[in-house]
Design a protein around this ligand. Structure first.
Ligand SMILES: Cc1cc2nc3c(=O)[nH]c(=O)nc-3n(C[C@H](O)[C@H](O)[C@H](O)COP(=O)(O)OP(=O)(O)OC[C@H]3O[C@@H](n4cnc5c(N)ncnc54)[C@H](O)[C@@H]3O)c2cc1C
Length: 502
């Protein structure tokens, strides 16, 4: 098939405008390539989007991140967003609700976190030290976190820790149930239970957040605004409210032309899909998908979803810090993160300081509680604003349950929570991404996620389902595939241009 660059509408077509799609688009365009980005919703941003109620801004998905002390500033500089993203202080607590134990995580680095937990559980200090040594080892041996690694493919190897789960490690070290819950609490930020998650995957997420957790001033909206400015400057063709309807001219295991849902057609050299594997599956031409590939996708299981509420804390409280409290209803993350009947849950409570549209400082609370699809299965076929009274009652009950948890962790908020909105897993499904799970698929041991080349040989998968969930995991997946797509010379040229020669 003739695919000479001159005839193509765009060298690269990106499907999905979340953090991974936006990252990929900026990288390719900054490297001088022509890029079209398709976003099925009316605005780009995905889980980075914010919304406002009575002029108060709230986060939908993304609330906090690790990485400001390692790698993230470099990635932002390569994207041209270094002046858009300002770090804000943030801290984290773990609250074991059934034992009324609250652990405040030091904000001064992983060594201090380790020492603090050793001081709380002196009899288990050996296991705690081993655990944090492994976290560091895994992080240090993960080359994809370092932009300046030469010969990436040859430095990447599977570690022994890829072949055991977090629970295997805890079992081997005889870690008590209470301590497991504390060391594993970050599982709430990747969504795969300790009995399934590879030790490596858990530690990569945990190390980033435990070593240095931060908030971004203006939340994910700052990234989106920076993206929009750079996209304009670089000439990225951003098309919202549209996606691929059909692959055309499929030949020699490749596809260079698609029809879009608005009826138009577009030709391209390569297509990067930054969406859920099931969305990818819907797009690929059936003739190019083997039954083995199909059963691989079918075998992926979803992470939990969240029911979330947003509230203003009013009247406001003096000296309120921005922070996360992970409230776990029971000391068993496997019960919380595997589909359950709703009795056991983890609730992330994020307290923030914001500025309203008219410039008034305010304090807000975002609480998101783990849920599973069974709970809302009855309304699965309904759409936003057409779900009926029973659904409203369901939401009202959930809101009360979450408020109870919030007040357990923060009794000082009693009488001060002005709930402004709430969202069920179906809201997430309909506004953000299919099928409404918080972190996409569960990243289980022995599983081969969809990452890199797809059965259509000029199609590639990136995003939170590829290597690691979360903002950083999604961004890193795009950096790795970008490097492969443009080749080493262009990759290093962009790095030198944006970061200076090393
Ligand atoms: C409640 C909640 C809290 C979270 N908190 C944090 C946090 O504090 N820190 C953190 O790092 N991470 C957090 N996460 C996870 C984080 O937001 C995600 O891992 C990350 O943003 C995913 O980015 P992505 O680009 O892979 O996917 P998405 O953000 O899901 O983007 C995918 C985009 O593709 C679009 N799309 C889908 N299908 C199609 C299609 N067929 N065609 C075109 N477009 C399509 C979607 O509309 C969406 O815009 C949270 C998630 C949730 C839900």
């Amino acid at each position: 098939m003739e695919t000479s660059k001159k005839k193509l509408d765009s060298e690269f077509l990106i499907v999905g405008g979340g953090i991974s799609g936006m990252t990929m688009a900026l990288l390719l365009a900054a490297a001088g390539r022509s890029v079209t980005l398709l976003e099925k919703n009316s605005a780009v941003g995905g889980c980075m989007q914010r919304f406002s109620r009575s002029g108060i801004p709230f986060d939908t998905g993304f609330h906090f991140t690790g990485g400001f002390n390692r790698g993230l500033p470099e990635m932002l500089a390569v994207l041209g967003l270094q002046d858009d993203i300002r770090e804000e202080e943030f801290r984290t607590h773990i609250f074991l609700a059934d034992r009324l134990i609250k652990v405040s995580v030091p904000t001064t680095g992983i060594e201090d976190v380790c020492d603090h937990i050793c001081s709380l559980y002196p009899k288990e200090a050996n296991a705690i030290r081993k655990y944090y040594a492994v976290e560091r080892l895994i992080f240090d041996n993960t080359p994809i976190f370092k932009l300046r690694v030469k010969d990436l493919l040859n430095t990447f190897f599977l570690m022994d820790e890829d072949f055991i789960t977090l629970d295997d490690f805890f079992n081997k070290e005889n870690v008590s149930q209470e301590l497991r819950t504390i060391l594993g609490a970050v599982a709430m930020c990747h969504g795969t239970p300790p009995c399934e998650v590879p030790l490596t995957t858990h530690c990569r997420v945990s190390f980033g957040l435990m070593d240095h957790i931060s908030r971004i001033h203006g939340g994910g909206g700052s990234f989106i605004r920076g993206f929009q400015r750079e996209a304009g400057l670089l000439g990225i063709n951003v098309r919202t409210g549209v996606t691929i309807a059909e692959c055309l001219d499929v030949d020699d295991k490749a596809c260079h032309r698609v029809r879009l849902t608005d009826g138009s057609e577009i030709s391209f050299g390569s297509c990067i899909m930054s969406v859920h594997p099931r969305e990818i599956m819907k797009t690929l031409p059936p003739s190019m998908v083997s039954r083995y590939f199909r059963s691989r996708i079918d075998s992926f299981e979803e992470s939990c979803g969240f029911f979330s509420l947003c509230a203003e804390i009013t009247p406001s409280l003096p000296d309120l810090q921005q922070e996360l409290t992970s409230l776990l209803s029971v000391c068993d993350l496997n019960k919380i993160l595997k589909p359950n009947d709703g009795k056991e849950s983890g609730t992330g409570i994020v307290v923030t300081r914001e500025i309203t549209d008219d410039g008034r400082p305010c304090q807000t609370l975002n609480a998101f509680q783990s849920v599973f699809p069974d709970e809302t299965a009855r309304w699965e076929k309904t759409s936003i604003n057409h779900r009926g009274n029973e659904y409203s009652e369901y939401k009202a009950q959930r809101i009360e349950k979450i408020k109870e948890k919030v007040l357990q962790a923060y009794p000082e908020f009693r009488g001060r929570l002005n709930v402004m909105d709430s969202a069920s897993m179906l809201t997430y499904r309909d506004y953000l991404s299919t099928p409404g799970s918080a972190y996409g698929i569960r990243q289980k041991i022995g599983q081969h996620n969809l990452f890199g080349r797809l059965p259509v040989k000029n199609f590639y998968a990136v995003g939170q389902n590829a290597i690691l969930p979360g903002m950083l995991g999604a961004m890193v997946s795009s950096f790795v595939i970008f490097r492969r797509l443009v080749g080493e010379a262009s990759y290093w040229q962009l790095l030198d241009q944006r970061l200076g020669r090393s």
